[in-house]
Write a protein that binds this ligand. Structure first.
Ligand code: SAH
Length: 267
């Protein structure tokens, strides 16, 4: 996207201490910082990565927000899956352009945004979310980043009661009892399709895996993603003092094909 900032666009303003502010541009609008005011009109018409000045002469840089930045700033109802896990989820579940995805719960729509971007306009995401308020918020959060023309269908319903969709390529779960979805996922998935679940505790993982091994799934794997940022300044080059020690475990499995029933009756 090489176009310049336009009214209605989101812009991330970053000050010299790397503080970030997400602003929606409006003609005549103003953004107040501790170091003076940024006129929105001074950003509109400029390119991504431009330096803009406050009324007191301080410099900020103006950027088009990435999906990670948007996810961390967007309004949340439910706890979101963080970018450090979202990236690996797309790869582990091998989410491809054109894929048909069943996602549950939808929560705040952080993962939904990433799934939609990965499947593209020829794919689709059907979301089952039990809470109507979360479903609405999630759709707003998707529209706020990807626009309203997206192949997304969010339904207010309980995935534990079943999945109506058939021939889906991926079932992606972020809810407390994914083992209650394993049989429904087996019915919904194409042969070779993936089930992926994000779970905060390892006892939940154990329960899920017990269910997976007694269902038509194989190649079951569980992992966690550790993300350690580094501080790099002059001679001081070392890991940051703080890191997020834990978010959740990722478990992935693939749907076996149903074997044709043998009619020979043996040798
Ligand atoms: N992955 C989401 C966050 C999901 S939070 C994100 O990145 O934004 C878990 C969600 O699962 C909650 O919104 C909760 O309401 C929903 N949920 C819990 N049980 C459910 C069920 N049985 N069926 C559908 N949704 C459910």
């Amino acid at each position: 996207m090489s176009r310049v900032f336009e009214p209605g666009d989101r812009v991330l303003l970053v000050d010299n201490r790397r503080r970030r502010h997400l602003v929606v541009l409006e003609p005549g609008g103003q953004f107040h910082t501790h170091a003076g005011i940024i006129e929105h009109d001074g950003v509109i018409g400029r390119a991504d990565g431009s330096t803009v000045r406050t009324t007191r002469g301080a410099r900020l840089t103006a950027w088009r927000p990435t999906l990670s930045e948007y996810v961390l700033e967007m309004p949340r109802g439910a706890q979101v899956i963080y970018p450090k896990d979202i990236g690996p989820i797309l790869m582990l579940a091998d989410v491809f352009p054109g894929a048909r995805i069943l996602e549950s719960g939808v929560g705040s729509g952080a993962l939904t945004n990433a799934l939609l971007r990965a499947v593209g306009p020829t794919g689709s995401v059907t979301g089952y979310e039990i809470r109507e308020d979360f479903a609405k918020r999630a759709v707003q959060n998707v529209h706020g980043f990807l626009g309203t023309d997206v192949p997304l269908d969010v339904q207010v319903r309980d995935v534990y009661e079943g999945i109506d969709e058939r021939e889906v390529d991926r079932v992606i779960l972020d809810l407390p009892e994914p083992w209650r979805v394993v049989k429904h996922a087996a019915d919904a998935l194409v042969p070779g399709g993936f089930l992926l679940a994000y779970l905060p505790t390892i006892l939940q993982v154990g329960r899920l895996r017990e269910e997976l091994v007694s269902a038509p799934f194989a190649l079951i794997e569980t992992l966690e993603v550790l993300h350690r940022a580094w501080h790099v300044e002059g001679q001081s080059i070392r890991p940051d003092h703080r890191m997020v020690a834990h978010t959740g475990f990722l478990t992935v499995a693939r749907r076996l094909a149903d074997e044709p029933q043998s009619t020979s009756g043996g040798e």
